[in-house]
Design a protein around this ligand. Structure first.
Ligand code: 4FV
Length: 273
């Protein structure tokens, strides 16, 4: 990892955007398409997010414009060469005076979380390096990359999907990216890291079931309590790793106790004694 890496995001004053993305990829059209639609596409139209894709093949020497070669030490697959990537990163850096944090998407990276997304969303620029083949020559990573991020413990055929995940998750947190109908506030993992509550819309009655009465009551305090209770129970049932009951406040413990007595069960655990 680069020693003179950009200061870690925590130290930066959050800026409400715009944020510039430069994506280094052998398939620049992939990222361009992913960033053309939905919230990201609209954030770009609103000038909250700018994106430029860079193809290392455009910076590769020789008639064959090689970007990869066989791994030293043998073994399957190919490894991405240093120089085409180095030249591409130099061009991307030079494309804008703002300092950029260079992130390599790889299974060896720290797992991406909403908390990390929030920190990255406060930066002015991100350069996302997408690997292909077996990966990238380690010397390039040591010299040019500030941080490695993983979107999960599985192996993709390329880093582009992971880069598109970072682009989407960061873009939607830019001020003004989400309309008031869509807010990031109630997102899963936002606030205190709970999973989201269930959502319902029309029709009230359907062959698949009814909308919970409380949501039709107009009693916003009761609705908020129900949603909080649902988020607590779901998180305990589905992601107990995200919640430590001993740290819950009195109100949350009350909601869980009510749920347990009402359902004669223990979320995620054995039926209540
Ligand atoms: C990946 C992940 C990922 C590994 C070899 C690209 C592939 C290939 N990136 N989170 N999981 N990358 O599987 O970010 O070069």
């Amino acid at each position: 990892m680069r020693s003179d890496a950009l200061p870690n995001p925590q130290s930066r004053i959050p800026n409400s955007g715009p944020i510039r993305f430069d994506v280094v990829s052998l398939f620049p059209e992939f990222i361009a398409r992913a960033a053309d639609v939905g919230v990201v596409g609209r954030a770009r139209e609103r000038g909250l997010v700018t994106l430029q894709a860079w193809n290392p093949r455009d910076y590769a020497e020789g008639n064959y414009r090689r970007v990869d070669d066989r791994p030293f030490g043998g073994g399957p697959g190919m490894v991405m060469l240093i120089d085409p990537l180095r030249a591409t990163l130099a061009a991307a850096r030079a494309a804008d005076p703002a300092p950029a944090r260079v992130i390599y998407m790889s299974p060896q990276g720290q797992r991406l979380t909403q908390a990390r997304v929030r920190e990255l969303a406060a930066l002015p620029r991100l350069i996302l390096l997408c690997g292909r083949y077996e990966g990238v020559d380690e010397r390039l990573l040591q010299a040019e990359v500030d941080e490695e991020l993983s979107i999960g413990d599985y192996v993709l055929s390329g880093g582009e999907l992971a880069a598109a995940v970072v682009l989407d998750a960061v873009a939607r947190l830019q001020d003004g990216a989400l309309g008031d109908a869509e807010s990031a506030v109630q997102d899963s993992f936002e606030g205190d890291g709970l999973l989201d509550c269930p959502h319902y819309t029309r029709p009230v009655s359907h062959a698949l079931g009814q909308v919970p009465e409380v949501l039709l009551s107009g009693n916003h305090a009761e609705i908020a309590k129900w949603r909080r209770q649902q988020a607590l129970v779901r998180t305990l049932e589905r992601r107990p790793d995200l919640i430590d009951e001993s740290t819950l406040g009195k109100a949350d413990r009350r909601l869980l106790a009510d749920w347990r007595s009402a359902n004669g069960a223990d979320p995620g655990g054995t039926p209540a004694a």
